[in-house]
Design a protein around this ligand. Structure first.
Ligand SMILES: [Zn+2]
Ligand SMILES: [Zn+2]
Length: 141
């Protein structure tokens, strides 16, 4: 009789402990999935696209390297992205380079969309024309 009692007690006290372990396991899996989802969202915000385009301002054929979003000769850009690389903006207005800012070792090109007036900034690309950078920096508004 007492053996049965002890067995029942053991099962009763053992069961919750096992449940807690199970819960911990599921919580870990849940957190991993949540983390992966967050990383996925971050990657979605920056889509790499390799595409060549002809500059609508100066006619230069610009070779895209996946991050190219402006003309390397005249620096003009086009309002096509909401987040970098997504090409989801419906504006499609020409974006004028209106100034240069220095940020550490990097140069940031400031843009103003002529169609909707949105302000935008991108990091200067290595192949960007230096003369154009100087000219733009003189515009600093
Ligand atoms: Zn151009
Ligand atoms: Zn625009």
């Amino acid at each position: 009789m007492s053996v049965i009692f002890i067995t029942v007690l053991g099962v009763l006290s053992g069961a919750p402990r096992e449940n807690k372990q199970q819960e911990g396991k599921w919580l870990k899996i849940y957190l991993i999935i949540k983390k992966m989802h967050a990383i996925g969202l971050k990657m979605k915000k920056f889509q790499r696209r390799t595409e060549d385009f002809v500059c609508e301002k100066c006619g230069r054929k610009v070779q895209g390297n996946g991050y190219t979003d402006h003309c390397s000769k005249c620096l003009w850009s086009k309002h096509v992205d909401i987040n970098p690389g997504d090409r989801r903006a419906s504006c499609k207005g020409m974006m004028e380079p209106v100034g240069i800012r220095k940020k550490g070792e990097k140069y940031i090109i400031l843009y103003n969309c002529l169609n909707c007036g949105i302000r935008h900034r991108v990091t200067k690309a290595e192949e960007d024309d230096f003369e154009a950078i100087i000219m733009t920096s003189k515009k600093n508004f």
